[in-house]
Design a protein around this ligand. Structure first.
Ligand code: PLP
Length: 355
């Protein structure tokens, strides 16, 4: 199968193979490893591959859309060096934009909320970004994301010439995943992927991967892993404890995506999946990736032997050491003690064992 011309290799990944010296940290975005995980669901008959987006310089898959959106805004003239970007983020996009903006001499103000990891806030500040923390939910909807978006609107009025890149609807967001994340997966697998699993928030990752799959004519089913309490894909709103997974508003991008399957995971599932991935695959990942691993574990028994499933490792687990990897936090937030967690982790793996 050939790669469609408009989805050719991005410069970052291409240059990396040609020269050991990169012109900037941005050139190190993309070209992440795809790794076979034989020990995650042993004797399941399923080939599981993980795309380590956590190995991007900012520690998450958001490095790709951040860079793409900044470059696109500069190219179009909407933004110029010396200008200001104001963006809402649950953390990872903020980290990615802080570096991308700094590199392009653009001032950056990031609106986060009280669920954002303190380490993400500190990282954004260290990379030269300014941080505004929203702690009260929107009174009408009770949602923190809506409150964040209102604060962004306020800042756009206050700061002359400020630009919002609007990750929830910006076409450069999914385009970075079509001509990046999914193209790299397709190239590495000779376009043979039965299932692709991605967590959803703006849905940019899944929208871009789905676009590539469609345009390249791949026979890949897409599985969206969403949070219980997220309103995406017809979900019902309820409180969510973990950053990065799900959305409190129906994003514009989500209206363009039709996943083949939607699996909703709760916080306990995210903890169990993340701990299994760390224990048996040696990958310390964030909560949404834990949700993906849990979803995959529940789906594996219904997959035929020989199936190849690829999932995205959206971010690194280091910022989550004090939440999903901390027994006390898990007990207080999710209500599970270490014994219950250990049993649930082993049961997830056992369920996937064939025969
Ligand atoms: C932790 C985490 N989970 C999930 C996602 C998927 O988000 P989106 O749907 O906005 O692409 C991301 C994106 O980078 C992420 O960082």
């Amino acid at each position: 199968m050939t790669t469609p011309p408009r989805l050719r290799a991005s410069r970052a990944a291409t240059d990396r193979t040609q020269s050991p010296v990169l012109a900037s940290v941005s050139e190190a975005v993309g070209g992440t490893p795809l790794v076979r995980l034989d020990r995650l669901f042993p004797e399941s008959g399923i080939e599981v591959l993980a795309k380590l987006e956590s190995m991007n310089p900012g520690g998450s898959t958001k490095d790709r859309p951040a860079l793409a959106m900044v470059r696109d805004a500069l190219r179009s003239g909407r933004l110029a060096a010396g200008g200001t970007v104001v963006e809402s983020s649950s953390g990872n996009l903020g980290i990615a934009l802080a570096r991308a903006c700094r590199e392009h001499a653009v001032h950056f103000v990031c609106v986060v909320d009280s669920r954002t990891n303190p380490s993400a806030i500190a990282t954004i500040r260290a990379l030269g970004g300014e941080v505004e923390i929203v702690s009260e939910p929107d009174p009408a909807s009770g949602d923190l994301l809506t409150a964040r978006l209102h604060r962004v609107e306020g800042l756009l009025d206050e700061i002359s010439g400020a630009v919002n890149l609007y990750q929830y609807g910006n076409p450069a967001n999914p385009a970075a995943h079509a001509d990046g994340t999914m193209r790299e997966i397709a190239d590495a697998t000779d376009h043979h992927v039965d299932h692709l699993l991605a967590a959803v928030s703006t849905t940019g990752t899944l929208a871009g991967c789905s676009q590539y799959i469609r345009e390249a004519g791949m026979a890949t089913s897409t599985i969206a892993v969403d949070a219980v309490g997220s309103v995406l894909f017809g979900g019902t709103a309820s409180p969510r404890h973990l950053p990065g997974l799900g959305a409190g508003v129906v994003t514009d991008l989500s209206l363009t995506v039709e996943p083949d399957t939607v699996v909703r995971v709760d916080a306990l599932a995210c903890v169990v999946g993340a701990r299994l991935l760390a224990r048996d695959a040696g990958i310390l990942a964030g909560a949404s990736t834990g949700g993906i691993v849990h979803a995959l574990g529940t789906l594996v028994p219904d997959m035929r032997p020989g199936t190849r499933a690829v999932f995205i490792v959206h971010d690194s687990g280091t910022p989550y050491l004090h939440t999903i990897y901390d027994d006390q936090w898990v007990h207080e937030t999710v209500g599970a003690d270490p014994g219950t967690l250990a049993r649930a982790t082993s049961e997830l793996q056992e369920r996937a064992r064939r025969g």
